[in-house]
Ligand binder design. Structure first.
Ligand SMILES: [Zn+2]
Length: 204
């Protein structure tokens, strides 16, 4: 059911995007609904394929099987070409019904994590997710460089810039739940001084 609901939510999202495009019209006015759909199908093919394989490859709470989709630096190959913090919204996947976006397998896994936590009576909130290059620059200005005692990565190097990290709003019970369970979903607490920061890596 997880795989089916995950794919269903992905399809619903794509349909909503198509509807938005239709509502917005197309330059020249020649694009038919089916043409728009075809264009979107092509645009989203990679992300959707990743979603499906991650969902279908997952067992229980397991994370995706995305090793083949990562480059040598551990960056999703389908995103690396865009550059850190320069990924178009359409290449990322919405987390639940929030405004937050992540690499599709990370979003799917986080959706499962949040749902399972909720069933355990634990609320997991999200404060930040994908972060554009400009947002990374702004964060350094506001929070200082991590290497200098601050809380922001050097712009262009943040896992947030790949849609591979999420900042969570966790009370003490939720923090404990994450530390006990998040690894099953591919999320790890990998940054000292930032207990809210959870990075995603697919199961290999
Ligand atoms: Zn973070």
């Amino acid at each position: 059911m997880d795989a089916i609901s995950s794919i269903s939510s992905r399809i619903s999202y794509i349909e909503s995007q198509i509807a938005a495009l239709r509502a917005g019209g197309q330059p020249g006015g020649v694009a038919t609904a089916s043409g728009t759909a075809t264009s979107f199908a092509q645009t989203y093919a990679g992300a959707l394929a990743g979603t499906e394989s991650a969902a279908l490859g997952a067992t229980g709470a397991g994370a995706g099987t995305g090793k083949a989709r990562l480059n040598a630096s551990g960056v999703p190959a389908d995103l690396a070409a865009y550059g850190n913090g320069r990924i178009p919204a359409g290449a990322l996947s919405q987390v639940g019904d929030t405004r937050h976006r992540l690499w599709a397998p990370a979003a799917d896994s986080l959706n499962r994590l949040i749902a399972d936590a909720r069933r355990a009576g634990v609320t997991i909130g999200i404060t930040d997710s994908y972060r554009s290059y400009a947002e990374q620059v702004d964060l350094v200005r506001r929070k200082g460089l991590y290497s200098q005692g601050g809380l922001a990565a050097k712009p262009g190097t943040s896992d947030h810039g790949w849609g591979m990290a999420v900042d969570l709003d966790l009370n003490s019970r939720a923090q404990a739940w994450m530390r006990a369970n998040a690894a099953k979903y591919g999320f790890t607490e990998d940054t000292p001084r930032e207990p809210w920061h959870w990075a995603y890596s697919p199961r290999v």
